[in-house]
Design a protein around this ligand. Structure first.
Ligand code: 5GP
Ligand code: MN
Length: 353
């Protein structure tokens, strides 16, 4: 079995030409980078940094701590801390990659800096409805991670031989995190053909699992335990679960970014819960919304409609400008609008009785 060819050859060739002609490449990813965003960025950087060109990865803000182990992380330019350096690199770039995002709004403070650059852009992404922001758009929403799509691209343009162990670790991390350790969106045989090739570089996949998932701080365990024990509401009439955390609660547990990562997934393990919402009061009058679902229920639509956001059918997010109480009221007043998207399974029928 060989890895399928999925990218249009003209599009792949156009991207390859831009790469070959680039001497100052900048790779960007979305704000609050997850494993797929930072993994694809560092993976691509490791492949392209061949001595012929300068390659820099710029993130809008700091990735969570459990991803700092990734090879090359120490060289990442975090724009929220090194704005001038980010501006300078983008102003001098002759090629800009947009990885794991489909709209410049997703890169927050980086948006004006990327817009100011005259360099051509290449988008490699798997979110629905890419905006026309790149000279070359490689958009495949059917692929479970940008990292897997990146490998397809490298494979189809003859660059996969340059994937060394460092690049493999980065690419594997995004494949792992965007599929919940290969527990959803993970039936594509190509994923496992790609993993086989990554393992041939000497990559230790078991170690990556441990670094990514088994690195809890005591605060993280306590805040998640508290959130589930005291703050999880089940709303059976909408087959929904809701967890909220106020600023006071976050402060009480010395919350740092990443501490509530994947908390929103937990309620989905309860039979009958089809969608799960987590609201975190990050600032006074600013609530970050995270949603997950199982099956066909489209949380990306909910986030688009209600929270100016989006994402994937089963994992999406957005924002609410106002108090946490107002965010909850707003959600609850609209939750019923999506009852039509709930499956009419026996479990759900029972739940509603
Ligand atoms: P998370 O809940 O892990 O923060 O985000 C899950 C997914 O939802 C992300 O991979 C991203 O696709 C999407 N997402 C999260 N927040 C936002 C947002 O504010 N706007 C948009 N458009 N998508 C988001
Ligand atoms: Mn992704």
């Amino acid at each position: 079995m060989t890895i399928s060819k999925i990218i249009d050859s003209d599009i792949a060739a156009a991207a390859k030409r831009l790469i070959d002609n680039s001497r100052r490449t900048v790779i960007t990813c979305h704000k609050t980078p997850d494993g797929d965003a930072i993994g694809s960025s560092l993976g691509l950087a490791a492949v392209l940094a061949d001595g012929k060109r300068q390659v820099h990865v710029i993130t809008p803000d700091t990735p969570p701590r459990n991803l700092h182990f990734l090879p090359g992380f120490d060289n990442v330019v975090i724009a929220s801390r090194f704005t001038e350096k980010a501006r300078c690199l983008l102003a001098n770039a002759d090629l800009v990659f947009c990885l794991d995002y489909n709209s410049l709004q997703r890169i927050d403070r980086l948006q004006p800096l990327v817009e100011a650059s005259t360099a051509p852009r290449i988008m490699i992404d798997h979110h629905l409805d890419p905006e026309p922001i790149a000279a070359v758009t490689i958009s495949h929403p059917e692929v479970s991670s940008t990292c897997a799509l990146l490998y397809h691209f490298l494979y189809e343009t003859g660059m996969s031989g340059m994937v060394d162990r460092a690049a493999a670790e980065c690419i594997y991390t995004g494949m792992l995190t965007d599929t919940g350790n290969f527990s959803y969106n993970s039936n594509d045989p190509d994923l496992y053909l790609i993993i086989a090739r990554l393992l041939e570089t000497g990559m230790n996949k078991d170690e990556i699992y441990t670094r990514v998932w088994n690195t809890n701080s005591s605060n993280r365990l306590r805040i998640c335990g508290y959130a589930i024990y005291r703050k999880m509401q089940l709303i059976p009439e909408h087959s929904m679960a809701l967890i909220t955390l106020t600023r006071e609660e976050l402060n009480e547990f010395d919350y740092v970014k990443g501490d509530t990562e994947s908390l929103v997934n937990q309620p989905l393990s309860i039979p009958g819960v089809v969608w799960s919402v987590f609201m975190r009061e990050d600032e006074p009058d600013f609530v970050k919304v995270s949603t997950r679902s199982v099956g066909e229920f489209p949380v990306n639509i909910v986030c688009e409609d209600l929270f100016g956001g989006g994402g994937h059918r089963n994992a999406a997010g957005g924002e609410f400008h106002g108090s946490l109480a107002a965010a909850v009221d707003f959600l609850m007043s609209h939750a019923g609008d999506y009852d039509g998207a709930l499956p009419e399974s026996q479990e759900n029928k029972e739940n509603k009785q």
